[in-house]
Structure formats: C-alpha cells, structure tokens
Ligand binder design. Sequence first.
Ligand code: AMP
Ligand code: MG
Length: 349
Amino acid sequence: MLTEIAQTDTPEATKAAINRAVLLLQAGEAVALPTETVYGLAADATNPVAVAKIFEAKERPAFDPLIVHLPQRKALPEVATIPDDLESDHARLIENFWPGPLTIVLPKTDAIPDIVTSGLPTVGVRMSDHSVFKQIARALDKPIAAPSANRFGRISPTSASAVAEELDGRIPLIVDGGACARGLESTIIRLEKARGPKPFIHILRAGPITEDDLKKFGKIVRESHNEAVEANAPEAPGMLASHYAPRTPLRLLSAPDEFVPQPGLRYALLSYRGQKKDRYLGLTDWAELLVLSPGSGKLPEAGIRFFHLLRQLDKFENIDEIIAEPVPDRGVGAAIMERLRKAAAGSGV
Ligand code: AMP
Ligand code: MG
C-alpha cells in the first residue's frame, strides 16, 4: 500500500487533507492524524472492520483497548454511561479539561464494539484539542478510535515523519499537523465514589494533565504505581509494564553514583537539563548526549521532546546502552518517569 502524506501548511492544503481523511474514515480505513498528545491511528469507532485495521497495522494484540475520541462533548452518552452518583464529578472534569489530554474510563454503550475495548465493559473517552483533528472529527461526526500511531510496544510518534517510520506502507494516509504540542499520551483516569464529597480519582496512566491539575476535583490514587500493574497483572488490559521501548537497552538511574561504566562499552546519556551540577554529565565520556530540557521549559519542555529524543537515541548505531537520568517525579515529570520505567522494562529486544 502506498502511504500518502497530506500537508496542512496552507489553508487550502489543510482543507484538502481534512477532506481526504474524512473520505477514508467514512470508507472504513485507518489513517494517521495529529493530536495534541501524540499522533493517533484513527478509525470509525463504531465500525469493527475499520477498527480491526488499526490492530493489524500496529500489530497490536487484541487485549490492549483503544481510546475513543468524541466529535463534541454532547456525543458522550452515545458511547458511555455516567453512573448517577458520579454525574456532577464527571461534569466538572469534562467542563475543565475537554477538549484536552484527559481520558476518562466509563461503562460503555452498545454503540462501541467489543474490539475497541478488548472485551472490557468500559471505554476510555476523550476529546482532542488539535485543530485539524477536531475538524476531522466534526466532519465525520462519529466517535473515533485512535491509539498512538506506532507499532505495538514501540516509541510513540510525535511527528508525521515518526509515523512514517512506524507505519509506512501499512496505511493509506498520514495527515501532517506538525510537532505535537504536549508530546506525551493523555492522562487516563477513572472515578470512584468515596465517602466524602469528593470522589477518588484513580490515575491509570500519568500524562499531561497532572496530579496537581486534578487534585481539587478528588482524592488522587496513583494506579500507575500499583505493583499488580507493574507485574503485568493489570486491572485493565493494556496497562503493560513494558512499553515505549527503544531497541537499544535503556537503563534508568535513580542517582549518579549508581552508574559504573564498563571498559569498551559505548554509552549515550539522556539528560534532564544537561547541567554539570546534576552530576551525570561527568560520569563517563558519553558517546552521545541528548538533553530533554535544554531551555528553561523544564518539565513541559522535556515532555514535548521526550519521544522525539528516544527515537533519535535509538537511531545511533554506535551505542551499547542508553543511560537515562531521572527527572523530578512531579507535574509532567511523573508522566515522563512512568514512560522511562516502561521503556527500560521493554528495551533491548
Ligand atoms: P494508546 O492510545 O496507544 O496510548 O493506548 C490506549 C491505552 O489506554 C491502553 O493501552 C490502556 O492502557 C488504556 N485504556 C484504554 N481503554 C481502557 C479501559 N477501558 N480501561 C482502562 N484502560 C484503558
Ligand atoms: Mg500507545
């Protein structure tokens, strides 16, 4: 299959790209679209044959459920039901964070076929805030299933060229919407009724919407640090311990003195700020050195650059091991650390 890349660098090009994407989605094809988190591989979520093409192109196992993106807020009841006792809690979160990178897990309706949710009775739902994605979703006027547009288990794509590296020849279209503004997949939550006035907010995957952003809406429970999940016995299929993995082995340090270089081996450093005072730069004569936040953006800047740099590190052919500095485990840093742990668990294969 020939993979077409549609540009969105002029108003005319954008219009043509949107029309092309909508036609293909209506015809039951899977196409790659930009979102504010990472590029997604999109298909009509109500069409099981179209959704099967996502699993096929990604080589994604059937047990890993997809997130559904709505064309507008009022389409939510078509795909999910909100429990009565949590209605106002959900309404507040939706009001605050949609459109945006917050996925909410809810009981699904019959409009969503089992293939989307891997047979789970629940569905993860969000609304993208990317202008091209929004226009496509509205024109299609259907819920869109869209996992990240990478081969299963590998590094999420944050540019059209990264999608092409993953899926060229496997899908008919990539809409190039430029670099992703957040660079990390959505935060995934599930609400649970608590005794007090506020619900529990279970964070199933850390992401761009941080614990700080969410804490006034409920009592935070970090599921993504749950040992059962880490041990690959997930409450939700898909919360796998290994993911986002480079082919080169990756080791996440917790302190500089943990690293003892072996003679003859070549190491690359994924540094947080690239500053001497953090004591990682001087540990060895690094064969390659990439910096997550070389500017003053710190954690959000690191989030935007994270997958792009992992991809770049994986392309160096002269490296035996990637050594990653830890980043502060707060704000967007919690999402980066979660991904670094999973990348370390799945790397080197
Ligand atoms: P991706 O869109 O590729 O970032 O992957 C979607 C991820 O969302 C899955 O791997 C799951 O971790 C999570 N997810 C999707 N649907 C559900 C659900 N119904 N319950 C819990 N987690 C889900
Ligand atoms: Mg993914």
